[in-house]
Design a protein around this ligand. Structure first.
Ligand code: HMG
Ligand code: MG
Length: 302
């Protein structure tokens, strides 16, 4: 198998996971989770988002979370920002890396950020300029890269167009979001093959939700195609509040970080994470949320 020697894990549980919780999670619990993840060796953690609190009340305390995070660590604590206002709030908290989020589906873009794809890209340009002028690194997400909860299958050409525009405005990496987890190794391979015609593998990451149980298989497909940055969520927490399924259900969280780390260990791929400490962090947050751990490895090894 052709596989990368090392994978960079982007832990999104504290943001993608906790944004979707029905019950309010205390700032102290979020901070404790992020500290445990840092202690486990995760070098990049998306710790919150500076979106409208009316749209996503669960992330309203992100400024308090960032204020309490350690500054003497090598771990990058990143935040999601939808507009200039979000960037300014992030900068007030001293955040050094932010992510903008666009979509490859018009309906999802409207539901999630209340504007068209083109409007969102226009909105991100001044944000990108201001971030880069202040030495803040910028990551770009694209949602619904294989399927949309409102429109069904999504054209690879739209994903390629959005990815190129996000790169052109200064994103160093594009995280490809299978928001509702409908992708299979076949559709993920086709999408990546198309994108790799124009974009180097080192500028792409995968962000694969596990709604249909395909996430780990899809990650392996991406690794075999040269992708070496994988987003994942401790205890498989999460989903997007604006990604409702046709049957009224909700999309599941990202591939669980514990399951990803276990697979990388088996493949002999470096990642820098201590699986025991990671599982302890997953158990901690699952207990706080009073739910079964969403990671199979977390359950098997506890
Ligand atoms: P809008 O209503 O069109 O914008 O929302 P607006 O400019 O008219 O603002 C509405 C109100 O929000 C105003 O307050 C603004 O001040 C305030 P009011 O005057 O009514 O009191 N506001 C803000 N407050 C704090 N911080 C801000 C901010 N911006 C405006 N940054 C907007 C547009 C983009 C703001 C809104 O739609 C929004 O916040 N959407 C975010 C939705 C979201 O967070 N979704 C989940 C994250 S994306 C995701 O999970 C997918 C991903 O994981 C990848 C994948 O899986 O596919 C990344
Ligand atoms: Mg997501």
């Amino acid at each position: 198998m052709n596989l990368p020697r090392r994978v960079r894990i982007v832990e999104v549980g504290p943001r993608d996971g906790l944004q979707n919780e029905k019950i309010a999670v205390e700032v102290s619990t979020k901070v404790e989770l992020i500290n445990q993840l840092t202690e486990a060796g995760l070098s990049y953690i998306e710790a919150g988002s500076f979106v409208s609190p009316k749209w996503v009340p669960q992330m309203a305390g992100s400024d308090q979370v960032f204020a309490k995070l350690a500054t003497d660590t090598n771990t990058i604590y990143a935040a999601l920002v939808p507009n200039l206002r979000g960037l300014e709030r992030a900068m007030e908290c001293g955040v050094k890396e932010v992510a903008v989020f666009a979509a490859a589906s018009e309906s999802f873009s409207q539901k999630n950020i209340n504007c068209s794809i083109a409007e969102s890209l226009e909105r991100f340009k001044p944000l990108a300029d201001q971030a880069l002028a202040n030495n803040i690194r910028l990551r770009g997400y694209i949602s619904c890269v294989v399927g949309c909860p409102y429109e069904g299958s999504v054209d690879n050409e739209t994903v390629a167009m959005v990815a190129k525009q996000l790169l052109a405005m200064g994103c160093y990496e594009i995280s490809l979001g299978d928001t509702i987890g409908v992708g299979t190794p076949a559709s993920v391979e086709k999408l990546l093959a198309r994108l790799l015609e124009e974009i180097p593998a080192k500028k792409l990451a995968v962000h694969l939700h596990d709604t249909y149980g395909q996430a780990l298989a899809n990650v392996l497909t991406a690794l075999q195609m040269g992708i070496s940055v994988v987003d994942s969520s401790v205890a498989g927490l999460g989903g997007c509040p604006y990604a409702k399924l046709a049957n009224g259900g909700a999309a599941s969280g990202n591939v669980a970080t514990e399951d990803l780390v276990y697979m990388l260990n088996g493949l002999g791929i470096e990642h820098g994470v201590d699986i025991k400490k990671l599982i302890a962090a997953g158990n901690f947050i699952s207990q706080k949320l009073q739910r079964v751990n969403g990671s199979k490895v977390g359950i098997a090894l506890q």
